[in-house]
Design a protein around this ligand. Structure first.
Ligand code: ADP
Ligand code: ZN
Length: 706
């Protein structure tokens, strides 16, 4: 059995007589000086130990939480990504069950509903404000009242006790209005559905290639109906929570109680409850993010990976698995079809399709017949400031026609950095090898480190030359916001980044307002671009396309291509849209082809370069990251490990990682590269988790290089 810890590995225990123990149940067992909850991996009758086995204390579950197939999948993930088995087991279960709890009916989120609006009793100002708000909105969830609208719970309770407000538990899907449409599939959709269903009960890999709005969701839905009618489960993976409503709205009418969602915005109790519904076979269609890959169906009949190219499928902490790739493995184990879908395929998947590993299904036309937007690339070398003259003119045009504008810049904070005009010093974080970013707050400017959270009031005396000549340079979202409000004082400008949308509710609220056309200019990081469709947007712009290119990552061009093509390839539903891409390298292939969504042309150049530099899909990579407080030691260990590895595989590095020092810890890394996965896997078994006080983190098929 294993415990949900990085150490130790699998342990053996004696099953005392009378205790019913099966693989996949949780048990309590002595570990060191206490008793802990762990998971049973296997039970053996004929085990001969040459040491004394401790007996298990008790069984937590009567029947397995995890099926044999799921245990097999967990073992595979642990073995392939070289992650501790106990950690993978834990991540396959909802948090409450990990801790040894049972499943209880969750406390549903409470909704406050206004009973009377002709209020005569005396109210405090806050209570009156809330009544006004509820009068406008009808009803709101209590957490939204708290988190989005800033009322404390006590205001809600006070109104409840006065009989003005009623509190009711909220249904998981209630807030999402179902989308009901009578749809006759077009011929490409029909062919895709038939082809996928023809593989029922067999492992086959499909790639559904089609732009946003080409009707992919409808294809998934039709397939799901068929699979569910056989009593089998359908798993739909989405890269982020924000994309779940898209499916829920379209699926809820058809599947009702059979639909479930799995993601981290649910409460622990709700997650455990949904998980149990799936395990019992009550819910058969699951829409979820990464960890939903372990959805406990009795029998899985179809797996869909939407927006397959998205890097969010790769978990950046242990266990570092890629849910897209695990999906394919699970489909193979389950013996069912798997469909990856996207308008902007990853290079790996494109290559797999080319090699015939995937069966390609194409939705080439946009169902609602909208035309592609007109895209312009602006050379920023010839412009001043952050808005090119073309962009300014287009903004004027869109706004004066009462249309909305979407601007994207992947940089939080006020400006890029702080430099000294006298000596050229770049202000750095005291704990990390990272430049500090100025942020504007109520109380003035602050210098912030995005990596360790260092945060200090701004100052203007240069620590290098002691002259008063520190100055903020470049544009961050806050500064762009400031400029927009000056340019368009009577327009509603909303900024969306991790600072303004700390909660999921705030995020949904902005998207909702955007959908209803209540925002004139939406400004934000990449998070505004993902999969959403806003009918009122006439113009969208990428303020600095080059930003993603200056990072040491072999997928940098791919990501820039995808981002631009996603913007350019979005159908303007009613009218022709307009896209402006601002760049200092307008002729760079990823930007040029991205703007025209020329997938084949982009891939030709990209694959050529991946091949020349031996990057995936032409080689497998493993990244080892060495972390410690003494840099000499970190470097020394990195070179020792390289010594051991390089007899068998290519080793790039070691070198200081993209961020050499983080939170006062030094970081070096090396990349192992080989065509032979098996060789690398075996080598990894010989690499310790730590050595001489230096931690060694392993990342198989890495997506991050800082
Ligand atoms: P995607 O998932 O590729 O972004 P959707 O499946 O969401 O696309 O389809 C986009 C829109 O077109 C939706 O409003 C959907 O209801 C509609 N739609 C899909 N297929 C058809 C069809 N065959 N005929 C008419 N409308 C369709
Ligand atoms: Zn820092």
């Amino acid at each position: 059995m294993v415990f949900p810890l990085a150490h130790p590995g699998s342990l053996f225990y004696l099953v005392p007589p009378g205790l019913k123990v099966l693989p996949g149940i949780r048990v309590k067992a002595p570990l060191k000086k206490s008793v802990k909850v762990g998971f049973v991996v296997s039970v053996r009758e004929d085990f001969e130990a040459d040491f004394e086995l401790k007996p298990l204390v008790e069984a937590v579950d009567e029947e397995p939480l995890l099926s044999e197939k799921l245990i097999e999948l967990i073992l595979w993930v642990s073995g392939y990504y070289k992650e501790p088995l106990g950690v993978v087991f834990a991540s396959a279960l909802p948090p409450a069950l990990r801790r040894g709890k049972g499943v209880s009916l969750p406390k549903r989120r409470l909704v406050a509903e206004l009973l009377r609006s002709d209020v005569e009793v005396p109210l405090t100002r806050r209570q009156r404000d809330l009544v006004h708000l509820l009068r406008e909105k009808g009803s709101l969830s209590v957490s939204e009242i708290e988190k989005v609208w800033g009322f404390s719970r006590s205001v809600v309770y006070a109104l409840q006790s006065k009989g003005i407000v009623e509190l009711k538990p909220q249904d998981l899907f209630e807030e999402l209005a179902p989308v009901r449409e009578e749809i006759v599939l077009n011929s490409e959709q029909k062919r895709s559905v038939e082809r996928i269903l023809a593989s029922s009960g067999v492992f086959e890999r499909f790639y559904l290639y089609g732009v946003t709005g080409s009707g992919k969701t409808e294809v998934y839905k039709r397939c799901a109906v068929e699979v569910v009618s056989r009593g089998e489960g359908v798993l739909i993976l989405v890269p982020e929570i924000a994309l779940t409503p898209h499916y829920v709205k379209r699926f809820i009418d058809v599947f009702g109680d059979r639909l479930s969602v799995m993601h981290s915005a649910l409460s622990d109790a709700e997650r455990a409850y949904q998980w149990e519904r799936i395990r019992r076979g009550e819910a058969l269609v699951v829409v979820g993010t990464r960890s939903a890959i372990f959805a406990p169906f009795k029998k899985c009949g179809l797996i869909v990976v939407d927006e397959e190219h998205d890097a969010s499928y790769k978990q950046s902490e242990s266990p570092r698995y890629n849910a897209r790739d695990v999906a394919v493995v699970r489909a193979k184990m389950e013996g069912c079809p798997v469909v990856l879908g996207s308008a902007t395929p990853s290079v790996e998947s494109f290559y797999n399709v080319k090699r015939g590993k995937y069966h390609l299904l194409v939705l080439s036309s946009r169902v609602k017949g909208a035309s592609l937007p007109e895209v312009s690339i602006v050379d920023m070398k010839k412009e001043k400031g952050i808005f090119s003259s073309l962009l300014l003119a287009e903004m004027e045009k869109a706004l004066s026609a009462s249309k909305a504008v979407m601007l994207l810049l992947n940089r939080k904070g006020y400006s890029r950095s702080v430099v000294c005009r006298a000596c050229g010093l770049l202000l750095m974080c005291p704990n990390c090898d990272v430049a500090l970013t100025p942020h504007r707050t109520h109380s003035g400017y602050r210098y912030v480190c995005h990596w360790c959270g260092y945060d200090a009031p701004s100052f203007s005396v240069c620590p290098g030359c002691l002259k008063e000549s520190l100055t903020m340079v470049g544009y961050g979202l806050q500064r762009v916001e400031e400029a927009l409000k000056e340019l368009f004082p009577d327009k509603r400008v909303v900024r969306m980044d991790r600072d303004t949308v700390a909660s999921k509710y705030a995020y949904w609220k902005i998207l909702d307002e955007m959908e209803r056309g209540e925002i004139d200019i939406l400004l934000g990081t990449q998070m505004i671009a993902k999969g959403h469709h806003f009918p009122n947007v006439a113009l969208s712009a990428l303020l600095l396309a080059d930003m993603g290119l200056n990072i040491p990552d072999f997928r940098a061009s791919e990501r820039v291509y995808q981002l631009i093509c996603q913007m350019a390839g979005r159908a303007g539903r009613e009218e022709k849209g307009r896209v402006v891409i601002q760049s200092f390298n307008p002729d760079y292939y990823a930007i040029k082809y991205g703007a025209r969504c020329e997938l084949e042309a982009f891939m030709e150049v990209e694959l050529e370069s991946r091949k020349a530099f031996k990057f995936p899909p032409f080689a497998h990579l493993v990244r080892l990251l060495f972390v410690g407080t003494k840099e000499e030691r970190v470097e020394e260990v990195a070179f020792e490990v390289k010594e051991m590895l390089q007899k068998h595989v290519d080793v790039i590095g070691p070198s200081p990682s993209g961020i050499r020092r983080l939170k006062n810890r030094f970081r070096w890394h090396l990349i192992m590269r080989s065509n032979k996965r098996g060789v690398m896997q075996n080598l990894l078994d010989a690499v310790p988790m730590s050595h001489k006080g230096v931690r060694i983190l392993r990342d198989v098929d890495p997506y991050e290089f800082f």
